[in-house]
Design a binder for this molecule. Structure first.
Ligand code: NAP
Ligand code: MG
Length: 405
């Protein structure tokens, strides 16, 4: 078979530990035999970030901006223990945070669904995608303990020296205090990324906040979404037959639980953090959760939602053949290849990506899976829990069948 050709390179961001091992195996087994793979390679593994003073992360984000589509392996976000383990000169920042800030993007997380691993919520038939605004609010808040009685005030001093002050509370005892902020520019980017992704994936978009209580803060989010929708996206939504609607978060959680899925739920930073953990757990396994960072000007970075699976990696180093689930990492590649195919007008590339996804899903539906899924399996035939290597081999055999047929 002749290999599928590419025109524009994918930005390839390699990573750490178990996922780095899987990355290599996925490329060797499932991509390189079929595609004349064109990538611009950046090694975001921790040793290379240390060697380059993290410049490699910044460069990779620049490349994602230039070429428009990137695929990223999970990476270690250093903590004190990692500084020791890798002899780091400093505690480098989270690569995901750095890339997100450079692309000004929003993260969309969606589960891969297979028959035999059913969501805890029985009505969910299609994926629910959570869009989390990854900037500001409680994550950038200023807070402290109030030592005792006294007045807390909220003071703004304008660039022109004008002032605006409100009493927050006259404390009669000790307590706590917190100041949060967000920026219109960031909220606008968030809104545009959400509308853009809804159009791309032809799904309804829901947005929820607590605007009844937060009449300025949350209401600003609601107003900005509505304004951008009316001015820039309403006609496109109408043409695609998809819907945007805003609802109070209390109403949203009730509707989500009763829904069949198949929509995007946009959430403020904290809501998105918490709700994405709830939704991904309810769909089954973290290893089946995909993630894509979308910038407001339509740049895409695909990855798995899980981390580098350190516990499996340490066992792998001791010679054990691990049963780590590569699904979300494979789907990061297929998402990126399909997007590249779409942007470059290469239907063969997009078609290959879809076939590879089908090969993965039908492997699991045929009863062959990694250990994490075997524990959740409710299919008719018994599950066969295999190593990552055997799992990839089974997928490859299925893929060959699909490509031949
Ligand atoms: P993790 O790598 O997601 O793994 C946590 C546990 O979840 C694993 O020990 C494993 O459970 C299970 N798991 C996750 N992915 C799996 C898969 N593909 N197949 C099978 N089981 C899977 O989270 P972590 O251990 O908290 O973090 C490890 C490193 O990843 C950290 O250094 C962190 O900074 C980094 N991280 C990176 C990203 C990213 O790059 N996007 C995201 C999160 C974390 P069992 O051990 O019970 O089998
Ligand atoms: Mg969380």
């Amino acid at each position: 078979m002749e290999k599928i050709q590419m025109t524009t390179p994918l930005v390839e961001m390699d990573g750490d530990e178990m996922t780095r091992v899987l990355w290599r195996q996925i490329k060797d087994q499932l991509l390189l035999p079929y595609i004349a793979l064109k990538t611009e390679y950046y090694d975001l593994g921790l040793p290379e970030r240390e060697r380059t003073g993290d410049q490699v992360t910044v460069d990779s984000a620049g490349a994602a901006k230039k070429y428009g589509v990137a695929v990223k392996c999970a990476t270690i976000t250093p903590n004190a223990q990692r500084v020791e383990e890798y002899k780091l000169s400093q505690m480098w920042k989270s690569p995901n945070g750095t890339i997100r800030a450079i692309l000004d993007g929003t993260v969309f997380r969606a589960p891969i669904m297979v028959k035999g691993v059913s969501p805890v919520v029985k009505t969910w038939k299609r994926p629910i995608t959570i869009a989390r605004h990854a900037y500001g609010d409680v994550y950038r808040a200023t807070e402290y303990r109030v030592p005792g009685p006294g007045r807390a005030e909220l003071l703004y001093t304008g660039a022109d020296g004008s002032q605006f002050c409100q009493t927050i509370y006259d404390f009669e005892c000790a307590g706590v205090l917190q100041g949060q902020y967000n920026k219109d520019t960031s909220i606008r980017s968030f809104a545009r990324s959400c509308f853009q992704y809804a159009v791309d994936t032809k799904q309804d978009l829901w947005f929820s906040t607590k605007d009844t209580i937060s009449k300025q803060y949350d209401h600003t989010f609601k107003d900005i979404f509505q304004e951008i929708f009316d001015a820039e996206y309403k006609a496109r939504f109408d043409a695609l037959g998809i819907e945007y609607f805003y609802t109070l978060i209390d109403d949203a959680v009730a509707r989500v639980i009763r829904s069949q899925g198949g929509f995007i739920w946009a959430c403020k930073n904290y809501d998105g953090d918490v709700m994405s953990d709830m939704v991904s757990t309810a769909f089954g396994s973290l290893a089946m959760m995909t993630s894509v960072l979308v910038s407001p000007d339509g740049k895409y970075e695909y990855e798995a939602a899980h981390g580098t699976v350190t516990r499996h990696y340490y066992r792998y180093l001791e010679g054990e053949q691990p049963s780590t689930n590569p699904m979300a990492t494979i789907f990061a590649w297929t998402g990126a290849l399909a997007k590249r195919g779409e942007l470059d007008g290469l239907p063969a590339l997009a078609d290959f990506a879809r076939k590879l996804e089908r090969a993965c899903i039908s492997t699991i539906e045929g009863g062959v899976m990694t250990r994490d899924l075997a524990g959740l399996w409710e299919g008719e035939q018994p599950a066969r829990a295999v190593t990552s290597v055997e799992f990839l081999q089974t997928i490859r055999a299925k893929l060959d069948e699909l490509l031949a047929g």
